[in-house]
Design a protein around this ligand. Structure first.
Ligand code: HEM
Length: 398
């Protein structure tokens, strides 16, 4: 069997450990065609970077069919920044970039610290009562949801709905899905967009110092943002603003538990090591493993010509283990100083929320260890059965 065809993303063994196959995929250093996925795989840092940075490889949204059944879901994507290309992407990115200036992000630090304190208090109480708490559902999961809700101006009580809507929508990004999952994605897309639409109307009537109001004002004052784009932007920010952060933190915590020397090192120096530790957590077991691009013209990557219309998958999780780019790739080293990982992507779609994700972890990681200096696993973590969004369902700790 061709090595690329071994990559069966629904195989539980590969979801549990994709890294052995990734090593084989990188051996030729070139793109590899996968019959199974009907696309080129870009598994090295160089090819994945080139895939994300080459203009003729675009994020072209493939509308789900039948169109009437998927209408809302489809425009939530085709009108979003993530699924558009220049000139539309340039316009949308410039609008939202204003909300992600270093000053505005830094100003969120007090919210982050306050939310972490509250979550840690609740976790401590749970630990006292039951002898255990869950690093994911009690800490890693609520934190980024509440922070992005604060930034947008969505009430914190809505956090559970946001999480459910987002989870239903992102299941569509996996390979192989059930009818039940499709119906849940359609329903959540509809509920989510109706909720944001109603909130935008409220802000139109009564402005507030939040991002939704800022976007509503842009929509009202010109041609720059239409209603679908406004709603799609908010939905994407709310989803992208927490999904990867939850999994990045969870994956990193499991890596720490699997490497007790590193765990002890971080627990002893949480503030000093947080910055390099979080980058290593992102690199070693990245939360997002593959993003596709489609060739708009014949495009050469390395020694391969990608024909117009063909797709290429940039394999972030594999690129971040590329032995040609990192020393001791399979060693989890929280003091690693040269770490050019691409967990946040590259090129024009480079993660706009990377500074926020980093700020969250720079606070939440040391705060967790300061509260629980002897943190350990209280049972086996349970992995999610998903390949593209790689993460854990639960991480019991005490
Ligand atoms: C650990 C946390 C995160 C990781 C690993 C991550 C990763 C990524 C990656 C890989 C992309 C590029 C996708 C592609 O090229 O196709 C991306 C795009 C994006 N991310 Fe993040 N992200 C994280 C957190 C966040 C946060 C906190 C926000 C918002 C507050 C956010 C908002 C976005 C947006 C809006 C885009 C689309 C940018 C564009 O298309 O121009 N992300 N992210």
């Amino acid at each position: 069997m061709n090595v690329a065809d071994k990559l069966d993303m629904q195989d539980p063994a590969i979801v549990a450990n994709p890294y052995d196959i990734y090593r084989e995929l990188r051996a030729s250093r070139e793109l590899i065609w996968s019959d199974r996925l009907n696309l080129w795989l870009a598994p090295t840092l160089e090819t994945a970077n080139a895939t994300l940075r080459t203009k003729s490889l675009g994020r072209i949204y493939d509308p789900a069919q039948p169109a009437d059944e998927w209408e809302i879901f489809n425009w939530l994507h085709s009108d979003s920044i993530l699924d558009s290309e220049p000139p539309k992407h340039t316009r949308l990115r410039a609008l939202v970039q204003k909300a992600f200036t270093p000053g505005r992000i830094a100003a969120l630090a007090p919210n982050i610290i306050e939310i972490c304190e509250q979550l840690l208090d609740a976790a401590q109480e749970k630990l006292n009562e039951t002898g255990t708490f869950d690093i994911l559902s009690d800490y890693a999961e609520p934190l980024p949801v509440l922070v992005i809700a604060d930034l947008l101006g969505v009430p914190r009580e809505k956090a559970n709905d946001l999480r459910r809507w987002s989870q239903d929508i992102v299941k569509m990004y996996e390979y192989g899905r059930t009818r039940e999952q499709e119906l849940a994605a359609q329903k959540s897309g509809r509920e989510f967009s109706e909720y944001i639409s109603a909130l935008a109307k409220e802000r139109k009537a009564m402005p507030a110092p939040d991002l939704i109001t800022a976007l509503v004002e842009v929509e009202e004052h010109g041609e720059k943002l239409n209603e679908h784009e406004l709603i799609a932007m908010c939905v994407l920010l709310l989803n992208a603003g927490h999904e990867a952060s939850v999994n990045g933190f969870g994956n990193g915590m499991v890596s720490l538990f699997q490497n007790p020397t590193q765990l002890a090192l971080l627990a002893k120096n949480p503030r000093e090591l947080a910055a390099t530790a979080l980058e290593e957590m992102m690199r070693f077991d990245s939360p997002l493993h593959m993003f596709e691009r489609t060739a708009t013209t014949d495009t050469v990557i390395g020694n391969t010509t990608v024909l117009a219309g063909q797709k290429v998958g940039a394999m972030l999780g594999s690129a971040n283990r590329d032995e040609a780019a990192f020393e001791n790739v399979d060693v989890f080293d929280i003091t690693r100083s040269h770490n050019p990982h691409i967990a946040f992507g590259a090129g024009i779609h480079f993660c706009i929320g990377a500074p926020l994700a980093r700020l969250e972890m720079q606070n939440s990681l040391p705060m967790l260890f300061e509260r629980f200096p002897n943190l350990s696993l209280a049972g086996d973590p349970v992995q999610r059965p998903t390949f593209v969004l790689r993460g854990w369902e639960s991480i019991p700790a005490n």
